[in-house]
Design a protein around this ligand. Structure first.
Ligand SMILES: Nc1ncnc2c1ncn2[C@@H]1O[C@H](COP(=O)(O)OP(=O)(O)OP(=O)(O)O)[C@@H](O)[C@H]1O
Ligand SMILES: [Mg+2]
Length: 237
C-alpha cells in the first residue's frame, strides 16, 4: 500500500534530514513511527503525502508520489498533521468534513448524514458549525480526526493524533483508531498508545531507520529505546 525505496531528503543542502529510508506497509497494517524530537517523523509523513520533493522512490497503492498523481494519492490517504491548524481548509468544521464524502460521490444529504454519524461517534456534535479558528487545540485535533473518518480513506497517516487531548478523548481516539480497518501509520511519543494500537513499529533516529519490526519486540527493547532518547511504555515497566 505504501512503499519507500532508498528515500533521502534534505531541507538545506548538505544537511540530510532523511537518509536512505526503505520500507513497505501492507494493506491493513497498523504501524507506529517513533523517534526523538527532530528525528524526521513528520518529514517522512509529509513526503508520503507529496508535500516535499525527495530523492528515491515513494509509491502509494502502486502510484508514484509525484505532482501528476497528487490528487489520486490524497484520495487514498487521509491525514492528521502535527499542526492541525494547517490542515483545515474551510471556515467551519462541517464544511471541512463534508468535502471528503461529497468528493467521493455521496449526495449532499448522505454526506451530511455521514458527517453527523462521525461527530456523534467522537462525541463532538456541538462542534459541527463552529469556526476552525475559534475552538481549542484539543478540539481541533478531534475535528481533524473526524474529518478523515468522514472521508473513509484506504490509508490514514496520523502525526501525534492524541497530543493535546484530555485522558477521556485520548482513550476515545485510541478506540476509534482501533475500530478503523484502514491501513494506518501513526507517529507519536505516546509509546503506550503505540503499544496498544500497533502491530509493527519503525524507529527513526537522526533521519535513519534504525529498527523496524514487531511492536512488542521494539517496545520492550530498553537498550534500543534509551539509546534513542525514548523509554519503555509505562505498561511495560
Ligand atoms: N521546514 C523546515 N525547514 C528546515 N528544517 C526543518 C523544517 N522542518 C523540520 N526541519 C528539521 O528537520 C528535522 C526533522 O524534523 P521533523 O519535524 O521531521 O522531526 P520529528 O521527528 O517530527 O520531531 P517531533 O518529534 O519534534 O515532531 C529537524 O532537525 C528539524 O529541525
Ligand atoms: Mg513531528
Amino acid at each position: 500500500m505504501i512503499e519507500f525505496e532508498n528515500v533521502s531528503f534534505e531541507y538545506e543542502k548538505g544537511h540530510p534530514t532523511l537518509t536512505d529510508i526503505s520500507f513497505k506497509i501492507r494493506p491493513g497494517e497498523c504501524v507506529g513511527l517513533i523517534g526523538a524530537n527532530g528525528s524526521g517523523k513528520s518529514t517522512l509523513m509529509k513526503i508520503m503525502l507529496g508535500l516535499l520533493s525527495y530523492q528515491g522512490n515513494v509509491t502509494v497503492c502502486g502510484m508514484p508520489v509525484d505532482k501528476k498523481n497528487l490528487t489520486e494519492v490524497r484520495k487514498k490517504l487521509g491525514f492528521v498533521l502535527q499542526d492541525s491548524d494547517s490542515q483545515m481548509f474551510m471556515p467551519t468544521i462541517f464544511e471541512d468534513m463534508i468535502f471528503g464524502p461529497m468528493n467521493y460521490g455521496l449526495s449532499k444529504e448522505d454526506a451530511e448524514k455521514k458527517v453527523d454519524e462521525v461527530l456523534d461517534c467522537l462525541g463532538i456534535a456541538e462542534l459541527k458549525h463552529k469556526y476552525n479558528h475559534k475552538i481549542s487545540g484539543g478540539q481541533k485535533r478531534m475535528a481533524a480526526i473526524a474529518t478523515i473518518m468522514a472521508m473513509e480513506p484506504e490509508g490514514v497517516i496520523m502525526d501525534e493524533p492524541t497530543v493535546a487531548l484530555d485522558p477521556y478523548n485520548r482513550r476515545l481516539v485510541m478506540n476509534t483508531i482501533k475500530d478503523m480497518d484502514n491501513t494506518k501509520l501513526i507517529a507519536s511519543h505516546d509509546l503506550d498508545m503505540i503499544y496498544d494500537l500497533c502491530d509493527r513499529v519503525m524507529l527513526i533516529a537522526k533521519g535513519k531507520l534504525v529498527a523496524d519490526g514487531d511492536a512488542k519486540a521494539v517496545l520492550t527493547d530498553k537498550e534500543l529505546l534509551e539509546a534513542n532518547r525514548l523509554e519503555l511504555p509505562l505498561a511495560l515497566t
